[in-house]
Write a protein that binds this ligand. Structure first.
Ligand code: PLP
Length: 437
């Protein structure tokens, strides 16, 4: 965006914000020029839209279409069944798992790709309860992040019924105080999908271990956005999806991490033939494979899986620490632009300001027009409609975030392809939409 296209004070009802807009736009240009990840944007198919929804569906990496075309035309079309061996289809879940592993701080042989996050939550929670109950049958409680993405909670409930446990909802920050001798497993979202709050993985994991329980982390909103350090922090099990910050494509297969130390005791509740020690032996009795393979179930979804593999190439030369640094810079800058541009009282960030508590998104509660500054309401209405309409208008003007009922505008920041000038533009368009009512 050049300065010439930046509207000045007349649109702002007389507020002297014109020069400030210019200063922030200049600052954005400087930040973009100094950004070590800037060139990565060219590895994605993007347009003039400011795409701030990569925390729901990552953009398309350019490496994917030609790779998928080859998989379909040659590997499937010409080699047909030979591709299970000759094209490496059979071992894709472990091979691609190792590629994801680097991004979440896991050594090789502990991550397997396949199924959905929901299915992997089921495998992880049931298997973790089984391990915990080998330590003591009195462990009959599953603590679940009370603000969890709903699927995790639903599945934990079912896992609890199957294993004779009860589910206790607990705020992620209260886990260290709540975990105890009856806890089997704790299931926590690393980053809250609604507020963007980053939870304390090292501290929580240590507290769960001190109580003799196991922890399962859901990394859907952290993998590809910040360092996770699964091995370094001694995490037991983890799951995550690959279609958000990892850009694997709609419905891309999820992953399951089982720490090496737990693998011999990982007793899958879905012991399909792909996790058998000798799948082609077609034995009637089940003998689990060793290692990460034990987390597999049935025949992998090869087209989606190989699209994901191509999508992951873009990370090969990217230090995750650089991603984190840029993510924080982007969200800091967005918050500053919003504060400067948006009329007072119209939005309030529910994303923590402390870096140690922030993921890679900003969530703004949005007051409906006319309700700004209402006493006791913190300037925010709980009524639906306002924020949803604001997001619809933002999308119409080329700024794509998403809306979570009742009143939350979510903006995801994907450091590989989001630039600072786009962030400034998003905040400016948001201010325009809110000012125009
Ligand atoms: C996106 C997301 C999921 C999605 O689960 P699917 O099985 O892929 O639909 C699960 N958990 C969290 C925390 C998420 O953010």
């Amino acid at each position: 965006m050049s300065d010439a296209t930046i509207p000045t004070a007349e649109a702002a009802g007389g507020e002297p914000i014109g020069p400030e807009r210019t200063a922030l736009a200049d600052e954005a240009a400087g930040l973009d020029a100094a950004d070590p990840l800037r060139a990565k944007r060219a590895a994605f198919t993007l347009d003039d839209t400011v795409y701030l929804d990569g925390n729901s569906l990552g953009a398309l990496p350019r490496a994917v279409p030609p790779r998928l075309a080859d998989v379909v035309a040659r590997e499937w079309g010409e080699l047909r069944i030979r591709s299970w061996e000759e094209s490496g289809w059979w071992t894709a879940p472990e091979r691609i798992g190792d590629r994801v592993a680097r991004l979440i701080g896991a050594g090789p042989g502990q991550v397997v790709v396949g199924d959905s996050t929901s299915v992997n939550v089921f495998k992880a929670v049931v298997a973790a309860v089984r391990i915990a109950q080998q330590r003591g049958a009195h462990r009959d409680q599953i603590l679940v992040d009370e603000a969890t993405f709903p699927t995790d909670g639903y599945i934990a409930e079912s896992a609890a019924r199957m294993t004779g446990c009860t589910v206790l909802p607990v705020a992620a920050g209260d886990v260290p105080a709540a975990v105890g001798a009856r806890t089997a497993v704790v299931l926590v979202n690393h980053v809250d999908y609604r507020t963007g709050r980053l939870h304390d993985l090292p501290g929580t994991t240590a507290a769960v271990h001190a109580a003799g329980a196991l922890v399962v982390w859901d990394l859907c909103h952290s993998a590809g956005a910040l360092p996770v350090g699964l091995d370094a922090h001694g995490v037991d099990l983890a799951v995550g999806c690959t279609y958000k910050y990892l850009n694997g494509g709609p419905g891309a297969p999820a992953y399951l991490y089982v720490a090496r130390a737990h693998q011999p005791r990982f007793d899958s509740p879905l012991p399909g033939w792909n996790s058998h020690a000798d799948p082609f032996g077609m034995a009637s009795a089940y003998t689990p494979a060793g290692g990460a393979v034990r987390g597999r179930v049935g025949t992998p979804d090869i087209l989606s899986m190989l699209a994901l593999e191509a999508a992951l190439e873009v990370w090969d030369d990217v230090p995750i620490e650089d991603v984190r640094a840029k993510s924080l810079a982007l969200t800091d800058f967005f918050l500053r632009c919003v504060e400067r541009y948006v009329p007072a009282g119209r939005v309030r960030s529910i994303t923590p300001t402390a870096h140690a508590e922030r993921g890679s998104q900003v969530a703004l509660r949005c007051a409906a027009a006319g309700e700004a500054g209402e006493p006791g309401g913190a300037g925010v209405t709980a009524e639906a409609g306002g924020a949803g309409e604001v997001m619809t208008e933002l999308v119409r003007r080329g700024v794509v975030g998403d809306f979570r009922r009742p009143d939350v505008l979510r903006f995801g920041f994907t450091p590989l392809y989001t630039g600072f000038a786009e962030v400034e533009r998003a905040a400016r368009v948001l201010a325009d939409v809110l000012r125009e009512g």
